[in-house]
Design a protein around this ligand. Structure first.
Ligand SMILES: O=C(O)CCC(=O)C(=O)O
Ligand SMILES: [Fe+2]
Length: 340
């Protein structure tokens, strides 16, 4: 079973209408996507508007999306159609728009991540850090091994002294695939999930956040890659990534688990001045990264929080236990800012 819906990515003051379940601007149907991408969160109106047959709607800002789907098909607010229906629905105009917005993609190219409906592909917002998400089971163990062999065979780390490699522009095919899968898993997600509550069982629904969907429409999604290889004890000091990179940075962890710590750039919890005194320094926020997990940073997480991995003795503790360290490889994917 595939999921089915129509999505329009709108610009400011675009007026769209919905006819026979399709969103159109003038007579042009805007975009049809055949996967379960825009889901219940959009329905709640946080990132888009659901329009129904006969509705006309004008967007007020350029991040808006409009969506239609057939609720009758699915009480969970997803519209499902069998694959062949989906194919029949796709017409040349839609296909072209799909390509322009999301690039070429086909099921065959995927990193066997499923169609996004796999419950293991859950994104968890880290509640303390706006714009930070974790997908714990992004890459299953088999895919981790084959990715590592590919990297090995491409000769990225031939000597123990080589611990970092970068690539700009066209990414190697495995990284392009990874990037495609990231887009797919994000777009297939429910956007808003229960945040992780570190050290607490509070209900934090009101802090739920969501992906900046516009980021995932850019082409290419990423055009720069860093491979970092860390021997036990090696890490990376607190930093924010260079401003020459756009918002939206993904990091895949492989081989060894680690704790990445986040600390606010200004060193305090909020930077407010109260009674002439700044807030006291805030404790670092630990995020546990297991092999195959992916984090995604954007907005505040990318610009207002530093990240670091300190693998010196005593710093890699999770749930009171010091982690057993092995070599760790990470793959960071970013997009260079356009030079005017
Ligand atoms: O290795 C990691 O997980 C982090 C890498 C990183 O932050 C960077 O390359 O900027
Ligand atoms: Fe970084």
């Amino acid at each position: 079973m595939r999921y089915f819906c129509h999505v329009a990515l709108l610009e400011s003051m675009d007026t769209v209408k919905c006819v026979n379940g399709r969103i159109s601007r003038g007579s042009l149907p805007l975009l049809v996507l055949g996967r379960n991408i825009w889901t219940a969160q959009i329905k709640r109106g946080q990132h888009g508007v659901v329009i129904q047959d006969g509705d006309t709607w004008t967007s007020k800002d350029d991040t808006a999306t409009a969506i239609t789907y057939d609720e009758a098909e699915d009480p969970a607010l997803r519209c499902r159609l069998p694959a062949q229906n989906y194919n029949e629905e796709m017409d040349a105009a839609n296909e072209e728009i799909l390509r322009q917005v999301f690039g070429d993609s086909s099921d065959g190219e995927d990193l066997e991540l499923g169609d996004g409906s796999d419950p293991s592909h859950c994104w968890e917002p880290i509640k303390e850090i706006k714009g930070l998400w974790l997908c714990r089971d992004f890459l299953p163990p088999q895919r981790q091994s084959s990715l590592l062999s590919t990297i090995q065979n491409e000769g990225w780390f031939t000597q123990a002294s080589h611990n970092q490699a970068m690539r700009f522009g066209d990414l190697p095919s495995w990284a392009a695939e990874l990037s495609h899968s990231i887009r797919k898993v994000v777009l297939a997600s429910d956007f808003v999930l229960e945040p992780i509550v570190l050290g607490s069982t509070d209900n934090v629904n009101e802090n739920a956040c969501s992906f900046p969907s516009e980021l995932f429409c850019r082409e290419p999604l990423f055009d720069q890659l860093i491979l970092n290889s860390y021997q036990p004890g090696e890490g990376i000091c607190a930093h924010i990534d260079l401003m020459r990179f756009e918002d939206g940075i993904a990091i895949l962890s492989l081989e060894s688990s680690c704790v990445m710590h986040f600390s606010p750039v200004d060193g305090t919890s909020r930077g407010f001045v109260m009674d002439g005194e700044k807030d006291p320094p805030m404790a670092k926020i630990p995020v546990y990264l297991t092999p195959g997990s992916l984090i995604f940073m954007s907005g505040e997480a990318r610009y207002l929080w530093k990240h670091e991995i300190n693998r010196m003795p005593g710093f890699q503790k999770w749930e009171g236990e010091e982690l057993n360290q092995k070599r760790r490889i990470s793959i960071t994917l970013r997009k260079l800012c356009q030079v005017e």
